[in-house]
Design a protein around this ligand. Structure first.
Ligand code: DGJ
Length: 724
């Protein structure tokens, strides 16, 4: 049983394979957090609670100084009720009493799970089990429900909460996070993924936490290029491979916030959810508001363990099962080779040459309905000068060549220079400022207004009538400013816009059933779990220089599995233009969902043959990318080398990658210990034929210069296969 309730001590034990999450109902019916970490038996651990009452603290009972919310761990932290730390929820019932005191009323434990209202969440699987807890505010007419879903094998707990207005007055919610978690002590470090456009998540930043508040958040309307809702809290002595580490992420694609507070006593609080800056939700009588879902995990295998737990959870329970472990298309995308300069002839020629390179999917990027970024978002009408016979004819011809057909759209935006904007200027943009701030020549479409959602769905339905679509690249190329929805208040507009985006995703998934959606937001500006729910892979960055991509992919892998990271073999034209060998480009791009983005028509026959070999090689190793366990060995941030391994679940196959980034002299003359293998198995190095036990490879290691013999390169892939 994943979830156990001990009636006597009123304690809940949420057990996964390797972790326990424990909290109890206090004598005052407050939910008191006791422990989260390595799996423990169901002992009564209420003794761990800090019952000391310090001066200036309020306590629950006049008769006894037994319990103060200011010192104990809490499952939900309300404002104005004696806990002086950062609250996880703040509400204001339209009455004269604004204390927020929530008391336990009842709970239920059940198989399966409930969905999250209007938002993506971890999917139900045969194993998952839930705990739902009802809390009431004894002075205001409302109820709060906390939901915990235990994903036993993945060592993940999913949390969200709802609030319902039971009275006839208005309930104003100014903060409603997805979770609160309190730890005793503060000898921790926090790890976040930092970056910006062209360097998304490439900077893995580790910071010791200190007294005060640390915040990891976004205010741009989406999760952004510069921040990510993934975060790790780990023991100060934990590293990549060992030590206690806790991972957090949100299944949410808008303004988010993760706060870490170390309080006056030196204890640590984590809050994760919708960012509350200017947030204010008016919950009218009878309505329910839901937070997005947060997922948390624990591992004693350090940061690597957190990543592997999350990778398993994302592949098993967030990405659609039809795609998660299925062979991915090897695409060629028209953006970098042609930008806006498209035509049917050009694409058909590209398709013909692509086939020779082992490519199976042609993706027509931006440019099919316009000539520049200055126009026509919102109209999405094929440019008949470029495609006189329309999209169906193009798709049919591509299919006739035995290839799949994919296309690019950016459905959440509108160009001021479009018919749709001209006809609906007052109702279609998410800003009603006199002259709204412009970015990439476009406005954000107001998705708080259902009419815009219906319009886009119908427009695309018409445009793609009869077109057999295998793949859809969904882009999003600006941040939100001056948001003001037609039908909603300023405090609601950012979240309502996210709900509108999800509505559009659900509708277009339905319209283009079976097509693989790839997410993109000007590169990797919306790489989050909300997007992965709809799209099994996300374009990681517009930076396709393989040297810089190493950092981006390595950083992204802390939170997201390689199969979710879309990586292309390109010319690198978009960014630095620095030269790199074919081999290096392949070795970097084969880290994730592999594809191409260069004009293969300009390659020699020999070069096309090399790409064809790469495509076949990728297919041979693809299962490792889709389902393997990732072990990061050397971070590119060492600025000299980078190395990682992917090992199959049965430990029979492994792929080892090594890169020399900035090394000088005889750089490969050192040893490296492999990881994740079965110590008892014998492995054959496919490059050298050398056979060694897993035990030896993981303890003695490999000597890199022996491995590669005389062949020197700046990047290698070596396969290890277990002998029967
Ligand atoms: C930004 C994306 O990241 C690119 O890959 C490309 O699709 C362009 N948008 C098209 O405008």
């Amino acid at each position: 049983m994943g979830i156990v309730f001990d009636n006597k001590s009123k304690t809940f034990y949420l057990n996964t394979q390797n972790s326990s999450y424990v909290f109890c109902v206090s004598d005052f019916n407050t939910l008191e957090h006791l422990y989260y970490g390595k799996r423990i038996p169901s002992d009564d651990i209420r003794y761990i609670s800090n019952r000391q009452i310090y001066s200036f603290q309020s306590h629950e009972s006049r008769d006894s100084r037994a319990f103060s919310t200011a010192t104990v761990g809490l499952e939900i932290a309300t404002f104005n009720s004696g806990d002086f730390r950062t609250p996880s929820v703040i509400y204001d019932y339209e009455s004269n009493l604004n204390a927020n005191r929530l008391r336990y009323v009842s709970h239920e434990i059940y198989k399966g799970r409930k969905a999250v209202l209007g938002m993506p969440c971890s999917r139900e699987n045969a194993e998952c089990e839930s705990l739902g807890i009802l809390l009431c505010d004894d002075q205001n007419q409302l109820e709060v429900r906390l939901f915990y879903v235990v994903y036993y094998s993945e060592n993940v707990i999913a949390r969200h909460q709802t609030i319902k207005n039971l009275g006839d007055k208005n309930l104003k919610i100014s903060k409603f996070a997805s979770m609160n978690l309190d730890f005793y002590g503060s000898d921790y470090h926090v790890v976040t993924l930092e970056g910006m456009y062209l360097s998304e998540r490439s900077n893995v930043v580790r910071t010791p936490i200190r007294k005060g508040v640390f915040k990891n958040n976004s205010l741009v309307g989406t999760t952004s290029h510069h921040k990510n809702p993934f975060m790790v809290l780990c023991d100060s002595c934990a590293d990549e491979h060992s030590g206690n580490a806790y991972g957090f992420n949100l299944i949410y694609s808008g303004n988010f916030s993760e706060e870490i507070e170390v309080d006056r006593l030196g204890d640590t609080r984590i809050i994760a959810g919708i960012d509350d800056t200017a947030f204010c939700w008016n919950l009218v009588s009878g309505q329910t508001f839901s937070s997005p879902e947060a997922i948390i995990t624990y591992s004693d295998e350090g940061l690597g363990g957190v990543s592997r737990n999350f990778h398993n959870h994302i592949r098993n329970n967030i990405i659609e099962s039809d795609f998660a472990y299925a062979k991915r298309p090897i695409v060629i995308n028209t953006w970098e080779p042609f930008f806006f300069d498209l035509s049917e002839d050009k694409i058909l020629h590209l398709a013909k040459e692509s086939k020779k390179c082992g490519i199976d999917t042609i993706v027509v990027d931006d440019g099919w309905f316009r000539n520049s970024i200055k126009e026509n978002l919102g109209d999405f009408k094929v440019d008949k000068n470029k495609f006189p016979l329309g999209l169906k004819s193009l798709a049919d011809k591509i299919h006739a060549q035995g290839l799949n057909f994919g296309i690019w759209i950016e459905p959440e935006m509108v160009s001021p220079n479009s018919d749709y904007y001209r006809e609906n200027a007052n109702t279609c943009a998410l800003s009603n400022a006199n002259e709204p701030l412009i970015s990439r020549n476009q406005y954000v479409l107001d998705l708080t207004n259902d009419e815009n959602i219906d319009y886009i769905v119908n427009r695309l339905k018409q445009e793609f009538d009869g077109v057999e679509l295998d793949y859809l690249k969904w882009d999003y190329n600006r941040y939100i400013t001056e948001a003001s929805g037609l039908n909603c208040s300023a405090g609601e507009v950012y979240h309502r816009q996210v709900l509108g985006s999800y509505k559009l995703f659900f509708a277009l998934k339905d319209l283009f059933k079976g097509a693989l959606f790839e997410n993109c937001a000007g590169g990797g500006g919306r790489f989050d779990l909300g997007m992965l729910y709809f799209s099994p892979q996300v374009w990681a960055s517009d930076n396709t220089d393989p040297y810089e991509r190493l950092y981006i992919q390595y950083g992204t892998s802390y939170a997201y599995p390689p199969s979710a990271i879309s990586c292309h073999f390109t010319e690198g034209k978009c960014t630095s233009g620095r030269p790199s060998s074919f081999e290096f480009r392949y070795n970097v791009a084969s880290f994730g969902a592999y594809g191409y983005e260069l004009n293969v028509c300009e390659l020699s026959d020999n070069e096309k043959a090399i790409l064809s070999e790469y495509s076949s090689k990728y297919r041979e190793d693809e299962q490792l990318v889709l389902s393997g366990d990732l072990y990061r060995l050397i971070s590119p941030e060492s600025n000299t080398f980078c190395a990682y391994m992917m090992v199959s679940k049965d430990k029979n196959r492994a792929k080892f990658n090594f890169f020399s980034i900035n090394a000088r002299g005889l750089t490969e003359t050192f040893t490296l210990k492999l990881m994740g293998l079965d110590p008892k198995k014998l492995y054959k190095n496919q490059n050298t034929g050398l056979i060694l036990s897993g035990e030896t490879l993981m303890n003695v290691g490999i000597r890199l210069n022996d491995l590669f013999g005389k062949k020197r390169s700046d990047g290698y892939t070596v396969n290890f296969v277990a002998l029967d």
